[in-house]
Ligand binder design. Structure first.
Ligand code: GUN
Length: 285
């Protein structure tokens, strides 16, 4: 049976380290502030935003929420982003995705000042991640890497398979694994022989967005499985992209849902906001 990777505990360790640094920054007269923008009434987004605000409170980062109506226009949102870019008291800007359909997400992301882009979604930050010279790590992939590191396994030379090619998770995840010298394969909905490719993975990262997509026959004996999925079942329960009960007995390590990757995403966001505050106040080493 696999050992569980405890994202709740590991994320708490990260947040406590951030808290300590935030507090020593404060002693030097520097505070950190995250602006969180949410548009519309998506219930999942509301939960995520509340969790991000709670984490800010815990670590001593000021959070400012901007909750805009579902019918907000693109112009209005771009105007708010512009205002937050220009506000020296705001160090990080997070626009919760998805946005209502009248708003072009790409345009909004590109409007965020790269130095305040704590999600690392702006093309300038994505490019920096690609070349391995970045200020901000993408939150979910960085959280997954930290979970991998916690197992003590050496990523170097391992076969890593990422299922999913989103800009938020799949693509940057592959890049971070590559930076640590894994041999990386990205799979997606058009991939042929998905099962065979996955069965060859020493490290399998599932970021598909479909409940229980990864089944027992897709997992190599002894693999490390990282489940990025957060699917809401009809009974209201959260479920990952991995069929946990069937897959866990085959793995060496596996992340649970909830309590795996989710809390790590938020912990990395706290780290990034701290980094943003340090850079903007010229206190970064
Ligand atoms: N929606 C789902 N995940 C994320 C995330 O990491 N950042 C933002 N801004 N929106 C999201």
């Amino acid at each position: 049976m696999a050992e569980l990777i405890d994202g709740k505990k590991i994320s708490m360790d990260v947040k406590m380290a951030v808290k300590e640094e935030v507090s020593s920054l404060k002693e030097r007269g520097v505070s950190a502030c995250l602006a969180v923008v949410i548009v519309g009434n998506d219930p999942a987004s509301r939960v995520y935003v509340n969790n991000k605000k709670k984490a800010c409170e815990l670590v001593g980062i000021e959070s400012r929420e901007y909750a805009l109506a579902e019918e907000t226009t693109e112009e209005e949102l771009l105007g708010l982003v512009q205002k937050l870019n220009a506000d020296p008291a705001v160090n990080g800007i997070l626009v919760q995705l998805p946005l209502p359909k009248q708003i072009d997400e790409h345009k909004v992301i590109e409007r965020i000042a790269p130095m305040k882009d704590v999600d690392a979604f702006h093309a300038a930050n994505v490019g920096k991640i690609m070349i391995g010279d970045y200020d901000f790590l993408p939150c979910t992939p960085a959280g997954c890497m930290e979970l991998l590191h916690s197992t003590g396994i050496d990523v170097c030379g391992k076969n890593a398979v990422v299922i999913g090619r989103s800009n938020i998770v799949g693509k940057p995840m592959a890049m971070l694994l590559l930076h640590e010298n894994a041999t990386v394969t990205i799979c997606h909905s058009r991939t042929k022989n998905l099962k065979e490719i996955c069965r060859n993975a020493d490290i399998l990262v599932a970021a598909v967005g479909r409940a229980k997509f990864v089944t027992e026959d897709m997992v190599k004996e002894g693999a490390v499985v990282i489940d990025v999925g957060m699917n809401r079942l009809e009974n209201g329960k959260l479920c990952g992209d991995v069929d946990f009960d069937a897959v866990a007995p085959r793995c060496s390590y596996i992340t649970p849902v909830p309590g795996g990757v989710g809390p790590m995403t938020i912990a990395t966001l706290m780290k990034n906001t701290l980094t943003a505050a340090k850079i903007q106040n010229h206190t970064a080493e």
